[in-house]
Design a protein around this ligand. Structure first.
Ligand code: NDP
Length: 481
């Protein structure tokens, strides 16, 4: 009997109303290993009824009590760190090592951060001397929908639901149907931690069916979505006329700008990570590397050499650096972009092919890390999000040109800048149109900072107070003195 991934509704693990299940693949073996609930609007409706019933008590609960419950959930994630990391790796194809140190570790931090932040969340007051006093209260907004993608499954799922729950909202969550396992294990931990029934409900299934039903449900007042830009547009088109509050964290095509005066070794080491971590399946990966011309040849030569040395293989092996791609369809999409790059005149300096493994992983979806040069900034390869282990490298001559290249796509999520020149670092940071800028680092995290993108990379910000504000509704009370 294959394991079934059930919905978590009203505090219980339940079968989908349809009685149907979807195949869930282990991408490193290329085979089905579990079944996930194929939910529809009936399951979403049950979840909303449970969440609406739970809302009055959860939102009125003293913050300290909510905090205690959420901290118990975080502690249970720590307890099950190894089990969850292995599960994430099997479900997504990423290495266990990455899942342990990034996905699962950060999932527990997300919950701990928001559980301990909400008691400090204060409302503002504005005093108009001798005339009036205004104070602003913030109420939890109600039943909210949180929809997350497959690349960092439990990490991004908790990044949404933690602030929602901490703010006093009740939640309908939907993880990607490609990677539902850790959300399922998480629902078991919530039951063990004593999270009251209906506070969090997890509905599994297809985006176009279960996800769409969440977006369309009239009693869900806010939607926090992370995923692709095309899906984001569709969600906005449905939710905006219903006047739902929307937070959209979408795709990226992030520039990694390397000036000749950088710390070469740091820039090199970190650029390998920002190019290929998690098989390049991170929205923040720097997929377009721009290198100042007098460093270009040296950088390309060393970068290609080190890329060739990267170890692609069994994700359960502790020395593996790149695991499997999430699905066969995604692998094909990424290989399609390599073919496009060639058509556009690009030269593949290393990689570009599917990799065949031996033994357990013989049918897995593996790909060589790929470096492409010889393309201009306007071509499709350099404009569209590839979301795999593929980077392009281009030379630039001036600071203005680098900024122009960086800003030349419809995206504006993240950027890295490498220089030892302090003034230039700030100057460029101010002109690059991205919501997140890293100077001489990448993926360096402080949960208090606003997180999100400009242009087609999204609308709104997560992180810190931004997320708590999103999940609360402001009301200003003016008292005439
Ligand atoms: P998708 O947009 O395909 O899916 C994201 C989630 O939305 C999934 O749970 C999906 O369900 C669901 N979904 C799909 N269609 C609908 C719909 N009509 N209504 C409601 N929900 C729907 O993205 P991917 O999962 O492919 O994730 C990769 C994308 O996510 C990349 O573009 C990446 O850049 C972006 N991303 C952005 C981040 C950011 O912070 N800005 C962080 C991480 C990723 P299902 O998969 O089950 O169909």
């Amino acid at each position: 009997m294959m394991q079934k991934i059930l919905n978590y509704i009203d505090g219980k693990l339940v079968e989908p109303k349809s009685g149907k299940y979807l195949d869930n693949y282990n991408p490193s073996e290329g085979k089905v290993y579990s079944l996930v609930a194929d939910s529809d609007e009936r399951d979403v409706s049950d979840a909303v009824i449970a969440a609406a019933k739970a809302f009055p008590a959860w939102s009125a609960m003293p913050t300290e009590e909510r905090t205690k419950i959420l901290l118990r959930v975080a502690d249970l994630i720590d307890r099950d760190l190894e089990k969850l990391a292995l599960a994430e790796s099997i479900d997504n194809g990423k290495t266990v090592k990455f899942a342990r140190s990034v996905d699962i570790y950060r999932a527990a931090s997300n919950i701990r951060f928001y559980a301990t932040a909400s008691p400090h969340f204060a409302s503002e007051a504005h005093v108009n001397e001798g005339d009036s006093v205004n104070y602003t209260t913030r109420f939890p907004i109600g039943v909210v929908g949180c929809i997350s993608p497959w690349n960092l499954p439990l990490y991004l799922f908790t990044w949404k639901i933690a602030p929602a729950l901490a703010a006093g909202c009740t939640v309908i969550g939907k993880p990607s149907e490609l990677t539902p396992m850790t959300a399922f294990l998480f629902s078991q931990l919530c039951i063990e931690a004593g999270l009251p029934a209906g506070v969090l409900n997890i509905v599994h299934g297809l985006g176009g069916k279960a996800g769409q039903a969440i977006i369309e449900h009239p009693e869900i007042t806010a939607i926090s979505f992370t995923g692709g830009t095309v899906t984001g547009k569709k969600i906005a088109a449905t939710a905006a006329p219903m006047f739902k509050k929307l937070s959209l964290e979408l795709g990226g095509k992030n520039p990694n700008i390397i000036f000749a005066d950088c710390d070469f070794e740091q820039a090199m080491k970190t650029s390998l990570l920002s190019s290929f971590s998690n098989q390049g399946e991170i929205c923040l990966c720097g997929s377009r590397i721009f290198v100042e011309r007098n460093l270009y040849n040296k950088f390309v030569e060393e970068f290609v050499k080190r890329t060739k040395e990267l170890n692609v293989g069994d994700p359960q092996n502790e020395t593996t650096q790149l695991g499997a791609m999430v699905s066969e369809a995604h692998l094909k999409k990424v290989l399609g972009y390599v073919a496009l790059a060639k058509e556009e005149g690009g030269k593949i300096l290393t990689g570009g092919n599917q990799l065949k493994m031996e033994g357990r992983c013989a049918n897995g979806y593996f790909m060589e890390p790929t470096v492409i040069v010889g393309l201009n900034e306007k071509c499709r390869t350099n404009q569209e999000e590839i979301f795999g282990p593929v980077v392009t490298i281009m030379p630039f001559d001036t600071e203005e040109q680098a900024i122009g290249f960086a800003n030349s796509t419809p995206y504006g999520l993240a950027a890295s800048i490498w220089t030892e020149n302090l003034k230039r670092a700030h100057r460029v940071a101010h002109q690059v149109k991205s919501g997140i800028i890293w100077i001489n680092c990448w993926l360096h995290r402080d949960l208090r900072t606003p997180f999100g993108g400009m242009k087609q990379s999204g609308a709104g910000r997560e992180g810190g107070w931004e997320a708590i504000r999103f999940f609360t509704e402001a009301k200003n009370v003016c008292v005439k003195l």
